[in-house]
Design a protein. Structure first.
Length: 255
């Protein structure tokens, strides 16, 4: 996407977030930050939409030193003075022990996804207390292939980045003053030590971007993306979606 078009779309998203919060008879927004680029961009949009009524939440749970550094870089860059911290390590450890002791064959991925669900439980507790909506951080690539946890990071009220490719998110991060330490880090859901998104998916976000943009990719990549999209259909349609970039630009809403 061109920079001018993206600037216009980001302005639309800020207005859309405001409108949806008002329609829901709420007062503000809550967003969890992870040290990653997607949550950083959503946090920046949240602050623009509700500069006096947003909650940014850091929820460490076996988080890395890089996660912590990037979180601190974001707080400084966006001048976030009040970041709520809810440490979930002890809670997760108790849950993991109970599951390991009582559920035969509990998988590594199931345990890791429990982190995402604990974080979303935390965000909704805060949101309900503050009369706010929870903002999701999934982008177009993740949403299309189902690379999110059902009722975890996928269980939100609004998904602002739903129509932004990963390369669009990177550009948006630059436009929104997100630190280079976050923009340039290798994407990871921090599910376990040294885990990365692209190693788990099997190929780069650039290839998913190309495919979703209508560009030619290897047939094995196309087949894999189509397969992931098909088997993850049950995860989608859980959150309200904004208008597409194409529709916004076509309707000349900014003219």
């Amino acid at each position: 996407m061109k920079e001018r078009e993206l600037k216009e779309y980001l302005d639309y998203l800020v207005g859309w977030i405001k409108e949806e919060v008002i329609k829901a008879n709420q007062k503000g927004v809550v967003v969890g930050i992870s040290g990653g680029i997607d949550s950083a961009v959503v946090a920046a949009l949240a602050i623009k939409a509700f500069p006096n009524n947003y909650s940014v939440v850091w929820m460490p749970c076996e988080s890395s030193e890089l996660d912590l550094k990037c979180k601190n870089d974001l707080l400084e860059s966006l001048s976030i003075k009040n970041c709520l911290e809810v440490n979930l390590l002890e809670t997760f450890s108790c849950l993991k022990n109970e599951l390991n002791n009582n559920v035969e064959g509990i998988s590594k991925l199931a345990l890791a996804n429990s982190k995402a669900r604990l974080r979303m439980t935390t965000l909704y507790s805060i949101a309900q207390s503050k009369n706010s909506l929870v903002l999701g951080t999934d982008n177009a690539c993740e949403w299309h292939i189902g690379y999110f946890t059902k009722f975890g990071d996928g269980g939100v009220d609004l998904v602002p980045l739903l129509y932004l490719l990963k390369r669009d998110v990177r550009l948006a991060a630059k436009l929104l003053n997100i630190p280079d330490s976050i923009i340039n880090r290798e994407p990871t859901a921090s599910l376990w030590e040294n885990q990365t998104d692209e190693s788990e998916i099997g190929f780069s976000y650039d290839l998913i971007d190309d495919y979703l943009s209508g560009l030619k990719v290897d047939n094995n990549v196309k087949e894999r993306i189509d397969f992931l999209h098909k088997i993850s259909e049950h995860k989608r349609n859980l959150a309200k979606k904004p208008q597409t970039i194409k529709d916004i630009l076509k309707n000349n809403i900014f003219k």
